[in-house]
Design a protein around this ligand. Structure first.
Ligand SMILES: Nc1ncnc2c1ncn2[C@@H]1O[C@H](COP(=O)(O)OP(=O)(O)O)[C@@H](O)[C@H]1O
Ligand SMILES: [Mg+2]
Length: 336
């Protein structure tokens, strides 16, 4: 069904021995009184697709632009291929490619003209233009004007412009936002191919599926902080073992919310039920996350009987990546 399939790695990335091509340490950005990126640390390994996943406002763009040298960090630093983005920006620019927003392209030029123009900006060697555009599935658009391209074609042209100088690292900020499903899949294929050709890719997205399909590792961001960083396989397998039990309690002290003193005591006791790993109270429901659904369910029912609690709307389900995000942040990844 999906044309974008993650192929088995042909080069050894993912092992802890893989070389870090990007180092981010204590990276911080403040606007007025707000700290929007809060001292984050991570490495991007050479040859991987590194996904920054988080809701709008999480700090993904700010983080990427500090690494690209487009915004100055207020604290901390980023290094790309060993070059500090604050003091060695010219060197950084040689090794990175940044996908421009499609809206900032010159509309009246043809695809070939704009690509030539971008290539002319570099003193270093650039790649042959026609094969590059063909590889971006724009071979039949060489003489077409930019303004007549579809959204997906513009995004692919923006990637072509970003890699015309053959950079080692490519930054793609929400590359498929606003595209239809077919155009998204075409773009996914291109991103995977770039990785297979040896490029390192830093990609931001607020789409869970995109991160799961493309990223070798996902850095989950929220409110300027990293909430989790792992391979999708590890994130997903850690979830696969988890189930959720949801229920409500009749109005009263326990239903008042997790902050209420008696609810806090209740939460402490629910936590002692066999298999229960954590407890949440949200939208007037209690949620028990468990490794052992049957045992926890039996334990909960026995507990409720013993305490005289009348459980209502009791249901069980498998936890999802969305649950992980909610567990870690208390919020949903999706747009509210
Ligand atoms: N130039 C700016 N001035 C003030 N606030 C900004 C600026 N750029 C970003 N922000 C704020 O920083 C936060 C993170 O923004 P951003 O990095 O764009 O998040 P994301 O890309 O994850 O949606 C948001 O709250 C945003 O409003
Ligand atoms: Mg953004």
């Amino acid at each position: 069904m999906e044309t974008a399939q993650k192929t088995e790695r042909q080069h050894p990335v993912g092992g802890s021995e893989a070389e870090a091509i990007i180092e981010v340490r204590g990276l911080t950005k403040r606007y007025g009184g707000d700290t929007v990126v809060k001292g984050i640390d991570f490495d991007v390994k050479r040859g991987e697709i590194f996904g920054l996943l988080g809701p709008n406002g999480a700090g993904k763009t700010t983080t990427m632009e500090m690494i690209e040298g487009l915004r100055r960090p207020d604290d901390g630093y980023a290094r790309v291929a060993g070059y500090d983005t604050r003091s060695q920006l010219a060197k950084v620019k040689e090794v990175i490619g940044v996908q421009l927003q499609a809206t900032s392209l010159f509309d009246l030029l043809t695809v070939r003209e704009i690509t030539r123009m971008y290539a002319s900006f570099y003193n270093t060697p650039t790649v042959p233009i026609e094969p590059l555009l063909e590889s971006m599935i724009l071979g039949d658009k060489l003489n077409g004007r930019v303004k007549h391209l579809s959204g997906g074609q513009k995004q692919r042209l923006a990637i072509a412009l970003a890699i015309v100088h053959s950079p080692q690292v490519v930054f793609l900020d929400e590359p498929t936002t606003g595209l239809d499903p077919q155009a998204r899949r075409t773009l996914w294929d291109i991103v995977l191919r770039l990785r297979d050709e040896g490029k390192t890719i830093v990609l931001s997205t607020h789409y869970m599926d995109e991160a799961r399909i493309l990223a070798d590792r996902i850095c989950l961001m929220d409110q300027g902080k990293i909430v989790a960083l792992d391979t999708p396989a590890n994130l997903i397998s850690s979830l696969a073992s988890e189930s959720a039990i949801e229920f409500r309690l009749p109005a009263g002290d326990h239903a008042a919310g997790a902050d209420h003193p008696s609810a806090e005591r209740l939460a402490e006791r629910l936590e002692t039920i066999d298999g229960v790993r954590r407890i949440e109270f949200r939208k007037e429901s209690w949620v028990l996350y468990t490794d052992a659904l049957q045992r926890s369910l039996t334990g909960l029912i026995a507990f409720a009987e013993q305490e005289g609690l009348a459980l209502t709307d009791l249901q069980t389900r498998t936890a999802t990546l969305e649950d992980v995000f909610i567990q870690m942040t208390g919020r949903s990844l999706r747009e509210e």
